[in-house]
Write a protein of this length. Structure first.
Length: 547
């Protein structure tokens, strides 16, 4: 009962926010029965802001669940209008911090009394978001750390919101059957946000990313302090730095912006195409630059994963884009499970070719890679292509990283940077230990089959000579032919029987010595009538089969 009351209260809060931003008409579409009750009043806003901006503001006011969902929705450029995607990308995950006394129990639940675990803890947070807020602290050994503390009650709020969101998505699908993809996206989002609520998992993600990038210079991932970490508290190394998009601060620190652009771009190429494990939320607040010129990664709740076999497909796809190979690019789409209608195949190729040619011909001062990353999803949307979430994540990450690179280095050229990297990567993958192992296994299997071939041929010939070979032919055309022959034979038999009855009955009826009232005459008359009925039925069946 308490859960139902909480859910109803939350429903009302959601309805109030949507009405506030002029979305009551949407609620009436989803539940027309409530229109007459006045529950979902249409109250259009008076300000001149766009509808998509109202959507963003409503999402931010609805809270963490919907902000996170909007951020994930922003990766689906192939199904959402560009204007809406641009607003979703701007979603801000900032909320007023809670008083320290409200988050203290979460810290002490994991670490025990504060005085025993820490030398000091700053009560004023240095950052605050919808899921957690961050406090600086000092350990007894002098290490400066940050405490990412989960907001009390946030798990219960998110679980309530997920139930409501799933119910709304089912309702949307019932009213608009063509929108079943949104139901699938809600399910994917439910899995993702539950993972983000587990800070132990986030710490492991940080350590895995650190291990993958350990050989790359000028890259830094904070160290995790596991003795002070649990599912609702993440303790990590404190590192000073400025946001990567703060160009003035970078210049003041004397950091080479061109070098940072190159380092960041190479780091993401390695994460996506070599490691298959990448930082999937590269907005400027999660990328800091230290005074020593290192690029610092933060926030490891949202990570992308690509299996090795899919990684090879994505590598081929990026090489196809760089080389303007339309045939290869369409083949990659189909390998990723994208269904392309036969009637759309050639028009799609034409538009892809035009887009790639323009991409190759533009100079860096004229070329907007973000525009190309928007053009490709636009094509997918126009041709109703359903694209895997991982592919859209990769496009979003590359687009955001490229925009940051252009901000830091206006002369940055994506094509010139990525082509040698991809060519080198392809060479390494063909010569890698895993590739050699697969090739060796395939060659070994082929050799075994070749060695078994003479014995198999000998066994087959021996069974053939002994008459023990059974040949089975199954073909639909042969089956239909046999059926047609059977039907023709039956009809021929009916025709012969009918003709025999007619001839025999006629001879009897016309015989002069047969009495009209006799048994022979009656049987002949009955046979003649029966033959006529059979003939009529035979003619009917012939015309029916032709029809």
């Amino acid at each position: 009962m308490i859960q139902k009351v909480t859910r109803l209260r939350r429903y009302r809060q959601i309805a109030d926010v949507l009405i506030k931003y002029g979305s009551g008409i949407l609620l009436e579409e989803l539940d027309p029965r409530q229109a007459g009750m006045g529950l979902f009043r249409k109250k259009p806003p008076d300000d001149p802001r766009s509808v998509y901006e109202h959507v963003r503001l409503a999402i931010e006011e609805l809270g963490p669940t919907y902000v996170k969902f909007g951020q994930i929705m922003s990766t689906h450029r192939e199904i959402l209008p560009p204007g809406l995607v641009d607003e979703l990308v701007r979603l801000q995950d900032r909320v007023t911090p809670l008083p320290f006394e409200e988050v203290r129990p979460v810290i002490e639940e994991c670490c025990g009394p504060l005085s025993e675990a820490f030398e000091s803890v700053e009560e004023v947070p240095i950052a605050s978001a919808s899921l957690a807020q961050v406090h600086r602290a000092v350990l007894h050994d002098g290490s400066v750390v940050v405490l990412k503390v989960q907001r009390p009650g946030i798990q219960e709020t998110i679980e309530t919101d997920l139930v409501i969101l799933e119910a709304l998505s089912r309702r949307v699908e019932a009213v608009f059957p063509q929108s079943e993809i949104y139901n699938r996206m809600v399910q994917e989002f439910s899995v993702q946000i539950r993972k983000e609520l587990n800070f132990v998992r986030e710490g492991r993600n940080a350590e895995r990313l650190s291990g993958n990038l350990r050989d790359m210079p000028r890259i830094r991932v904070p160290e995790i302090y596991w003795d002070y970490t649990c599912s609702r508290l993440l303790t990590m190394e404190y590192v000073q730095g400025v946001r990567i998009d703060n160009v003035e601060a970078l210049s003041a620190m004397g950091v080479g912006r061109t070098q940072i652009a190159g380092v960041g771009f190479r780091a993401y190429l390695q994460q996506i195409f070599q490691d298959g494990f990448f930082h999937a939320d590269p907005h400027p607040g999660n990328l800091l630059v230290t005074p020593s010129g290192e690029l610092l990664f933060l926030d490891f709740g949202m990570m992308g994963i690509i299996r090795p076999e899919m990684r090879d497909v994505f590598i081929r796809g990026l090489v196809a884009i760089v080389n303007s190979d339309v045939e290869e690019l369409v083949d990659i789409f189909e390998k990723l499970g994208v269904e392309i209608r036969e009637d759309d195949r050639e028009p799609l190729k034409d538009e892809l070719y035009l887009m790639l040619c323009e991409y190759q011909e533009f100079q860096v001062q004229q070329f907007d890679f973000g525009g190309v990353m928007r053009t490709l999803p636009d094509l997918m949307r126009r041709y109703h292509l359903r694209v895997p979430l991982t592919l859209m994540q990769i496009l979003k990450v590359l687009w955001m990283v490229f925009d940051l690179a252009i901000l830091l280095d206006p002369e940055f050229n994506f094509n010139h940077r990525v082509r040698p990297y991809m060519e080198n990567l392809v060479r390494k993958r063909f010569a890698s230990t895993e590739t050699v192992r697969k090739a060796s296994r395939s060659a070994f299997d082929a050799g075994e089959n070749l060695l078994r071939l003479p014995r198999q041929i000998s066994d087959t010939m021996r069974r053939l000579a002994a008459g023990k070979v059974r040949l089975e032919i199954s073909d639909t055309d042969l089956i239909r032919l046999g059926g047609s022959i059977d039907q023709a034979s039956n009809k021929l038999l009916i025709g012969l029987v009918t003709a025999s009855l007619v001839v025999g009955s006629s001879v009897v009826l016309h015989a002069s010595d047969v009495p009209v009232s006799g048994l022979a005459y009656t049987l002949a008359l009955f046979g003649f009538a029966f033959a006529v009925m059979i003939g009529i039925y035979a003619l009917y069946s012939v015309f029916r089969d032709r029809g």
